[in-house]
Design a protein around this ligand. Structure first.
Ligand SMILES: Cc1ncc(COP(=O)(O)O)c(C=O)c1O
Length: 456
């Protein structure tokens, strides 16, 4: 190992002293110390004290084929020995890059055939913003600059990613919301739906896009971006009426439609891409996470033939990263896709474990704390509510969701909470029995939360 063998307490001390963690309050970290995770196998993780956790989140929505895959480790080692690095700037390419680009073009639906590689979902979305601006300028419409996104959307954490996203706490960090990034109401029936049926509300939420386009002026709008199912913002599954209408509106005003598939892609919803599950035909797609199952950092923006044709006449594409198409990451992604195909993981999510997980998750609906259960495939969200009948949420300062997430860790399962929504995104290899454990544990956690917050 490249690191020394120390005690958990020693690592916690080093970590708290020197490591600024993403999305963490440093004061709380300094007080409580990080959980030091050392090993993974299948759906399980082990910490430095040997405690085992069932990972109901696949890391951060990414370890789709599960932990401890020797094949992937060997592929990484082989590629690193053969050619650990070379760039794609100097009219050069490596075999893994070329093969992966072709593989992605094959897998993605429709005319999405042109792949630009990055290292993270965030930088892929940055690439998309620059590319889309370049696209409109090349077409002689330089005024088309505004991106429309949604409240609660998550599109990454770079300056552009955070501006595309609809998280107020991220915009507040350093006051970093860029101008020209607009956020409309999300298709979040439980909170915004009022007395409407979900189907009617889906149309109203889509109408918010048209209203925003008209407010800004159609000639100023560059693109609309959305996750097919909103992930980190609370596993928000739009009503069936939503996406067809959004798509119709984008086409009507000639606005590019971008599907951010960073979570939904690579089998999570029971198809290779969430766009296929939700019936979306995007002009551009963002992919990352499941592309390599998190074994190596890699992302991509995938452009349609029509978009690419414009760029092809736009002169030098003055954009790129040192690690665009990193050979080790590309080789890992290729092998990861091969594993997914050999083990039929996408069909497994669609036909077997996905429906089973959804059924079990929905069995929590009768719990006094559960307002709504949402999800598709192996993506799940449990919205906690103080009053189910009136769809009244808890006072956010009570941090009911965080209580559940912490208790889950204590009990040896990992689920995530955003606001008071519990989120689930287990590895695609999870077994029926492991789903049972995940849901049984969640019920026990909800019981404890109901007691703690006096809901009966
Ligand atoms: C939909 C979506 N887009 C973009 C990102 C950003 O990806 P990364 O964290 O790799 O930058 C995420 C991360 O969770 C995401 O869920």
């Amino acid at each position: 190992m490249a690191y020394q063998n120390r005690s958990a307490a020693d690592w916690q001390r080093l970590d708290a002293r020197h490591h600024l963690h993403p999305f963490t309050d440093p004061a709380v970290l300094a007080r409580d110390g990080a959980r030091i995770l050392c090993k993974g196998d299948g759906v399980y993780l082990w910490d430095a004290d040997g405690k085992r956790y069932l990972d109901g989140m696949a890391g951060l929505w990414c370890v789709n084929v599960g932990y401890g895959r020797t094949r992937l480790a060997k592929t990484m080692a082989q590629q690193a020995e053969e050619l650990a690095y070379y760039n794609a700037f100097f009219m050069t390419a490596t075999p893994a890059q070329a093969e992966l680009a072709a593989r992605i073009a094959d897998l993605t639906p429709g005319a999405l055939n042109h792949v630009f590689f990055g290292n993270s979902g965030s930088d892929a979305n940055d690439s998309i913003v620059r590319t889309v601006w370049h696209y409109w300028r090349t077409l002689g419409q330089p005024k088309r600059r505004v991106f429309i996104s949604r409240v609660h959307a998550y599109h990454g954490s770079t300056l552009t990613g955070a501006s595309l996203g609809g998280w107020k706490n991220m915009h507040a960090l350093g006051d970093t919301l860029l101008p020209g990034f607009e956020h409309i109401m999300p298709p979040y029936w439980y909170v915004f739906g009022g007395d409407l049926t979900p189907a009617d509300f889906g149309l109203v939420a889509a109408e918010a896009l048209e209203k925003k386009i008209l407010e800004i002026g159609p000639d100023n709008v560059a693109a609309f971006i959305g996750e097919p199912v909103m992930g980190a913002g609370g596993v928000i599954v739009p009503p069936a009426t939503y996406w067809p209408e959004v798509q119709r509106i984008c086409r009507k005003y000639g606005i590019l439609l971008i599907a951010d598939e960073v979570i939904c892609g690579f089998g999570r919803t029971g198809e290779w891409f969430g766009s296929q599950t939700l019936g979306i035909a995007p002009d551009i797609m963002t992919i990352a996470k499941g592309l390599s199952s998190g074994y190596a950092p890699i992302s991509a923006m995938v452009l349609s033939d029509d978009v690419y044709r414009v760029l092809a006449n736009g002169g030098e594409f003055a954009h790129g990263y040192t690690y665009s198409g990193h050979p080790v990451s590309c080789a890992t992604a290729l092998e990861n896709i091969r594993i997914m195909e050999e083990e039929n993981l996408v069909a497994r999510v669609r036909d077997d474990i996905g429906p089973y997980f959804q059924l079990k998750l929905r069995s929590l609906s009768d719990h006094p704390l559960v307002g709504e259960v949402r999800g598709v495939g192996l993506l799940g969200g449990v919205e906690l509510a103080r009053n189910k009948a009136t769809r009244t949420l808890f006072d956010p300062t009570l941090k009911v969701g965080a209580f559940c997430m912490n208790l889950a860790f204590e009990r040896g399962v990992i689920i995530r909470a955003i606001r008071d929504v519990l989120e689930f995104s287990p590895p695609l290899i999870i077994t029926h029995q492991q789903v049972d454990t995940l849901i049984d544990e969640t019920r026990a956690i909800l019981d404890a939360a109901a007691q703690q917050f006096a809901v009966t």
